[in-house]
Design a protein around this ligand. Structure first.
Ligand SMILES: [Zn+2]
Ligand SMILES: [Zn+2]
Length: 718
């Protein structure tokens, strides 16, 4: 008889330990099994197996309960390695979250502990084969939406009958997924020679004894070229290389360049299907690929011998996971680098305060790229919106911005307009009783989306019909306040009817592949003015862009969050870096009300250090990160009485600790849930984690309490 230790799939913290089952056969560690848990079928992962001479009766007697058998074994082979299982443990401790949710965050969907599926099936895909000319309009429309490698199932969602027809006509064909690797020769000449500055950075990463280097390089300084040379070096030592990027669809040019230089590179991100993710995971596990470019979750791939982990745009917020476990990829990268004796290269034009502070202290090696390759810095100007309003000018597209746009279009150049708010109008208000239309599930005003004539809640996604009168008083005049990207598009179209204008935000790119399509059109200069939210600020490098306009640049500063100045600074720096990427000097116009704010002044002078010094001074006075660590506890519940009781009980325990703590604070309702937040802060993270672990454990064992979510070192507060 064998005793099998199993972590069952149950998200609550009070079962954050293995349970013992019996089996006639030994079972390998880290295989998934089917078991009974609390009399229901459950799945879990095996963490240990020991032999015993005892029979079932003896075991039951010793345990004091009836020991259950393993019902079924799902895998023949372990789904995870020792290193990654240990990593899950560490993750569980440092984020105060259940081990099983850490494991499930790390594995591709088909290998998650809750899945019974053995091996994933092969998938059918579609590609275009022949140009067929006598298509009907409908058929042509459908064909336009099809791209090579599209899942056959997705294509059928457009129209089953037309897809069938197109297959008959041999315009498209179906095929089964096959290995995507072409064994092309690497074109070594594609590697550009490094400038002296780049070469110094390259040599220093390889030469240093320090595990972590921070590459602080202005936008356009050629950081990517340094990554590629470093990758080549570590691959030549037969080691693996991971390049982390914030969002894959927003970094098409980086992807192109990596593809150009390396064979056997894979891209691992959330836009892949479950099947594709599983296959890429397997390729890494079987040692078939040595270089991966991916988003956050690729830090958990089953590497064998990592040489280098690069974190591009290391300050980016997408590196922090919002849901449990709320981990930051940087911390996981350090942990993996220790296990693999690998190096970590953090890179940014606006490093996180935390990383830069570590670099100044000498914990990390600080490397700087101060020059833009072949380019000058863009000229930056502020437009004070107060002045514009006094002159009764528009505060959406101000006069100076309008004339710069005219100039840009006359010179056949391109412009980018950034506004970090989608939709048409963020507030709809009654002219009579002044009531604002709100989401009935959240304490959030509804956004008007003119395209669809709908009201949308940006918090929970709920959609409402636009009413023709005020729901409170019946008055017929509803007014729109504020503006979003859609309204800007409308205004620009009226101002420049000849120009080709497009919009890129979450509404316009909801379909898979839409990002790339817009960016491709922009690259081919089929778009003159591109309007968008923060997604257009990232990594784009187009030589014809000579003008960047930033609207409502200081809107982010209104949020009363400890991190909002840094977030605003990052966004504006990144956006202004999009201008003048080639020989023509670029211009950046920034429209704001509060042009005196130090975050904006720092952008004006493109001066990170200026911003850093002032911001750190504020942080120091308030003991905010990086001078302390924060643990944020958020309770949520539909039941108001229960949440108040729960918050009080939890705070009672927390306030007894020796850390600075803040009383339960009521947050706005979200998806019908009442929410309360409790904060604690201290320099000593380890001791906070240890004591909180205990408190949360006690809290969860109490009956009838509200749901709790913990975020260690949140990037912004709920
Ligand atoms: Zn009204
Ligand atoms: Zn809502």
């Amino acid at each position: 008889m064998y005793l099998i230790e199993v972590y069952v799939t149950n998200a609550s913290l009070n079962v954050n330990r293995p349970f013992t089952y019996r089996s006639d056969m030994p079972i390998r560690k880290y295989c998934r099994v089917k078991v009974l848990f609390h009399k229901a079928i459950n799945y879990g992962i095996v963490s240990g197996c020991t032999y015993t001479d005892k029979n079932v009766d003896q075991l039951n007697k010793e345990a004091g309960y009836e020991m259950q058998p393993i019902i079924d074994l799902i895998d023949d082979e372990p789904v995870i390695s020792d290193e990654l299982f240990e990593l899950a443990f560490w993750l569980s401790k440092t984020t105060i979250s259940p081990l099983i949710s850490c494991l499930n965050s790390m594995l591709p969907k088909t290998l998650k502990t809750s899945m019974e599926q053995k091996g994933p099936k092969t998938v059918r895909k579609i590609r275009k084969i022949n140009d067929v000319y006598d298509l009907t309009k409908k058929q042509k429309e459908v064909l336009d939406q099809i791209y090579d490698g599209m899942l056959a199932a997705d294509a059928r969602k457009i129209s089953v009958s037309i897809i069938r027809k197109l297959l008959d006509m041999k315009a498209i064909e179906e095929y089964y997924e096959e290995a995507e690797f072409e064994n092309k020769e690497i074109d070594q000449t594609a590697f550009k020679e490094l400038t002296q500055e780049q070469k110094n950075a390259y040599d220093s990463v390889i030469g240093t004894d320090k595990m972590v280097s921070l590459l602080f390089g202005v936008t356009g300084s050629g950081k990517t070229e340094v990554y590629l040379h470093l990758a080549r070096h570590y691959l030549s030592l037969n080691k693996e290389v991971l390049i982390l990027v914030p969002e894959i669809s927003l970094t098409p040019q980086m992807i192109e360049r990596v593809k150009e230089r390396f064979n056997d590179v894979i891209f691992y991100h959330s836009e892949l299907s479950d099947q594709e993710r599983y296959e890429q995971y397997k390729r890494v596990k079987e040692g078939e690929v040595k270089i991966v470019v991916g988003t956050r979750s690729s830090i958990f791939l089953p590497f064998h011998d990592l040489g280098l982990i690069i974190v591009d745009e290391e300050h980016d917020h997408s590196y922090k996971q919002d849901n449990v476990p709320c981990y930051h990829v940087r911390n996981v990268a350090f942990r993996r680098a220790i296990s693999h004796k690998a190096k970590v290269l953090l890179a940014s034009a606006t490093p996180s305060l935390d990383s830069y502070t570590h670099a100044l202290k000498g914990d990390y090696q600080l490397l700087e790229l101060k020059n833009r390759i072949n380019l000058s810095f863009p000229k930056i100007e502020f437009i004070d919106l107060n002045e514009q309003l006094k002159k009764r000018g528009s505060y959406i597209i101000s006069k100076p911005l309008k004339s710069e746009l005219e100039k840009c279009l006359n010179e056949k150049k391109q412009a980018i307009i950034l506004l970090n708010r989608r939709g048409y109008s963020p507030i709809v208000k009654c002219s009579e009783c002044s009531s604002v239309l709100m989401c009935s599930d959240c304490d959030t005003p509804l956004n008007y989306h003119k395209d669809e004539k709908l009201l949308k809640c940006h918090q929970c996604g709920r959609v409402y019909k636009m009413p023709d009168r005020c729901p409170k008083c019946g008055n017929k005049t509803l007014l729109f306040y504020g503006f979003g990207t859609k309204k800007v598009e409308e205004d620009l179209e009226a101002l420049f009817p000849e120009a080709k204008i497009e919009r890129m935000d979450r509404d316009s790119v909801s379909r898979k592949g839409a990002h790339e399509a817009i960016l491709k059109r922009f690259e081919r200069h089929e778009i003159d003015i591109l309007i968008g939210t923060q997604m257009i600020a990232k990594g784009l490098d187009y030589p014809d862009v000579t003008l960047v306009g930033i609207l409502n640049a200081d809107a982010g500063l209104m949020h009363q969050d400890y991190n909002s100045a840094k977030m605003t600074f990052d966004l504006l720096m990144q956006a202004s870096g999009r201008s003048g990427r080639a020989e023509s000097t670029g211009k950046v116009l920034i429209q704001a009300f509060n042009t005196d704010h130090y975050a904006l002044k720092a952008v004006m002078n493109q001066d990170y250090t200026y911003f850093y010094n002032i911001e750190m001074n504020y942080r120091h006075k308030a003991s905010y990160p990086p001078y302390s660590h924060i643990i944020e506890v958020v309770l949520s519940d539909m039941n108001k009485e229960r949440i108040i009781r729960s918050a009080e009980l939890l705070y009672q325990k927390i306030s007894k600790l020796s850390f600075r703590s803040y009383k339960p604070f009521e947050l706005g309702r979200q998806k019908k849930q009442y929410r309360y937040r409790i904060l604690l802060m201290d320099r000593d993270l380890l001791s906070m984690l240890k004591q909180m672990q205990e408190i949360i454990h006690q809290y969860i064992s109490e009956k009838n309490m509200s749901r709790v979510k913990i975020d260690v070192d949140p990037l912004y507060l709920e």
